[in-house]
Write a new protein. Structure first.
Length: 366
């Protein structure tokens, strides 16, 4: 029965997620919501489906039962194999859930996307996310059992890896390509205009509708990632303005601030649970409360730095150019939870408004 239980959870939650995603996407289409809102809802649906699958497997011990059914031990370290299988299953569930909304997504985005190609890309992305979670859980377990420490070593190690290997992680989770000579010459020229210095440039597959752009990697080995559709759809003035924003963010260490904040908050919670200097519940409340204060402070600081980066970019290429570039690509970038209280990113609307009315003029110092 163990394989049946695991397979049943896989199929059942996949179908549930796909059905709910289809209904949710159809409702959003009828309400004519923005592409940004549509993306956020679809992402939330596949994430919830994956978490539900993991919860069902954990509650029923389906992973352990599956290992026992094939003659393997269920205790450590064989249990890690069950976790790996659960991670792969979660990636499958997330992909099937996403594909439930695919027909609607294709209409909303007005893009010519093949179902097979999209499914392969999403499964690759979800599998990378599952692999990262598996690595964190496994290394934490090793630290708890072998070193008998609170997990801080693992958190610090993965934070350092997230900084040092942030560029390779983008390359692993998404399809990248080296720009041809003409494109590279154009991008070199635009980077010079935007005062953006990077070691490498890689193109992402934008599917004809995405206009994402980001810079990742440690100091001295930064890599610029941007979608091919961004270059195809927009002129040099728009692209150089967006690159100027990226350059200004680099100078203000926005990514590093976010990484430090998340690591510090997680470290406080883990320390409170692992050490419990005041007893478990009081320690958890005390350290978690301190973590919330630190998180809110980090989010506020991140938003202020982004506003200042916009102003610095405006000084470089022109206030109108930056505002117009942000407005032109507003429906084609993935803002995540930008503008919400749980976001490190201010809303695009507020950034554009500040640039147009000049309310942030003079805020260029980090």
């Amino acid at each position: 029965m163990a394989p049946v239980t695991f397979a049943g959870a896989l199929v059942g939650v996949s179908l549930l997620g796909a059905g709910w995603s289809r209904l949710s996407a159809g409702r959003l289409e009828r309400r004519d919501v923005s592409v940004q809102r549509f993306r956020q809802r679809v992402r939330s649906n596949w994430l919830y489906a994956a978490v539900l699958f993991v919860g069902v497997v954990w509650w029923t011990n389906a992973d352990r039962a599956l290992l026992a059914a094939v003659g393997l031990q269920t205790d450590w370290p064989w249990a890690a194999l069950g976790w790996a299988l659960t991670g792969v299953g979660a990636a499958v569930v997330a992909t099937v859930s996403y594909m439930g909304a695919f027909p609607v997504a294709r209409r909303v985005r007005d893009a010519d996307m093949g179902a097979g190609t999209v499914a392969a890309k999403m499964f690759r992305y979800h599998l990378v996310v599952a692999a990262l979670v598996f690595c964190v859980v496994t290394v934490l377990h090793v630290e708890f059992r072998v070193l008998e420490t609170s997990g801080l070593i693992t958190l610090l190690a993965f934070a350092a890896a997230a900084y040092a290997f942030s560029a390779p992680l983008v390359g692993v989770s998404q399809t990248t390509a080296v720009p041809d000579d003409a494109t590279r010459e154009r991008l070199d020229r635009l980077c010079d205009r935007a005062s953006l210095s990077v070691s490498r440039i890689r193109l992402l597959d934008g599917g004809g509708h995405r206009s994402d752009h980001l810079v990742r990697g440690p100091v001295g080995r930064k890599t610029l990632f941007l979608t091919d559709s961004l270059l195809d759809r927009y002129d040099d003035e728009t692209v150089s303005a967006l690159l100027a924003v990226d350059a200004a963010r680099l100078g203000r260490f926005v990514y590093e601030l976010r990484l430090f904040t998340v690591t510090a908050v997680a470290g406080l919670v883990v320390w409170g649970v692992g050490r419990s200097p005041f007893g478990l519940l009081p320690s958890l409340l005390a350290f978690a409360g301190t973590g919330v204060i630190l998180l809110v402070t980090g989010e506020y600081a991140s938003k202020r730095l982004i506003y200042r980066a916009d102003e610095a970019a405006a000084e470089r290429v022109g206030r109108a150019a930056v505002a117009d570039a942000l407005a032109a690509t507003a429906d084609e970038v993935d803002p995540g939870r930008a503008g919400s209280r749980l976001s490190f990113e201010p809303s695009l609307a507020s950034r554009i408004e500040r640039l147009r009315d000049g309310s942030g003029a003079g805020e260029t110092d980090a």
